[in-house]
Design a protein around this ligand. Structure first.
Ligand SMILES: [Zn+2]
Length: 346
């Protein structure tokens, strides 16, 4: 009789189900509690004949173990379901989550930095909000230079109407980094100044009120224009390919003398002439020159002992040449359709 009851209970236990934690608890009370079915068997067990005690004892233990295992596994299943339900967020983006891409200006800026770093240039930084002294005066801008006009530069504060050098402004070029650096360092040095600059321009496809520059400066004894030309040729060939040619056209900047604009042979048509280079075979990429002795002196460097060269380029300009982005505004519109075009670029 007892053995039959145990067998029935074993089958019952094997097919137990529960929909929630309460039901699991009910099952535990039914089978495993002090007043549960299995304990009740113990009362009958006392009356079992001595020669059968061992056998039936084993069966009862088997039943107890089976009930414990079953109830534990029911509890575990319910916990898992509950956890999964908690995590289920139908608004969440499906896997795989897209990794995005570097901004094209960052890609090109990093490439420019990388090329010049291999030639011994180190990075130097400066403030985006600066004073007139470092952005203009020390760089040999005359007091009435048009760059100081409200039309070109964003002025923040005019602390002394009689002294323009005290004006606080948003830097209009990263050359200010160079005057900060020259003021506090002794030559020789070879620095690269990447950064954002601001100009009071109407926003259009070809102009923006902010853009990015990388400027370079090398000051040492006996630095010559030949050194400058060779460094820029190396840069152009690294950036646009080994067949690239350069040409320098005389120009004017307040902080360099002599000054030049540099063109590279059009990398689209190879110098043959095409719509991109306006059929000239050349495209302009940067400005450069020998540092004006007045600048060296203003920064506390003896211009009889030292000479230097400087160059500066717009990151947007180089990016346009490399990737043919026709509208400057696309760089700052955060349109992911545009930015995703650069996923495969580095
Ligand atoms: Zn061309």
């Amino acid at each position: 009789m007892l053995l039959e009851k145990i067998e029935t209970l074993l089958q019952e236990v094997g097919s137990l189900t529960a929909k929630n934690a309460d039901e699991v608890e009910q099952l535990r009370l039914k089978y495993l509690s002090k007043k549960g079915e299995i304990n009740a068997l113990m009362a009958d067990f006392r009356n079992v004949a001595a020669d059968q005690k061992k056998n039936i004892g084993i069966k009862i233990n088997e039943l107890k173990q089976a009930a414990t295992d079953k109830i534990n596994s029911l509890r575990e299943c319910l916990t898992q379901v509950e956890t999964q339900t908690d995590d289920l967020d139908l608004t969440r983006t499906a896997y795989p989550i897209p990794l995005g891409a570097r901004h094209p200006l960052t890609i090109v800026k990093n490439e420019i930095i990388d090329i010049f770093q291999r030639m011994g240039f180190v990075l130097a930084d400066g403030p985006e909000i600066d004073n007139d002294k470092h952005v203009f005066t020390m760089l040999n801008f005359a007091a009435d230079h048009p760059a100081r006009d409200m039309q070109d530069t964003f002025f923040i504060e005019q602390s002394n109407p009689d002294d323009v050098t005290k004006n606080i402004l948003l830097r209009s070029h990263t050359s200010g980094d160079q005057s900060h650096f020259m003021e506090t360092h002794k030559p020789p040095f070879r620095i690269l100044c990447p950064g954002r600059v601001y100009r009071n321009e109407a926003i259009s496809a070809r102009a923006h009120c902010f853009f990015h520059q990388v400027e370079g400066l090398y000051v040492d004894k006996n630095v010559s224009f030949t050194d400058l030309k060779q460094v820029l040729l190396t840069f152009a060939r690294e950036m646009f390919g080994p067949e690239t040619k350069i040409r320098l056209r005389p120009s004017y900047f307040p902080f360099t003398e002599p000054s030049a604009e540099m063109d590279i042979s059009c990398h689209i048509c190879g110098g043959e002439g095409c719509g991109f280079c306006k059929h000239t075979g050349w495209v302009e990429i940067l400005g450069c020159g020998m540092v004006d002795p007045n600048v060296l002196e203003a920064c506390g460097i003896d211009s009889n002992e030292y000479t230097g060269y400087a160059f500066g380029m717009g990151v947007e300009r180089i990016t346009n040449l490399k990737y043919r982005v026709s509208d400057l505004r696309m760089f700052s519109e955060n349109d992911t359709r545009f930015l995703n075009e650069f996923v495969s670029a580095h």
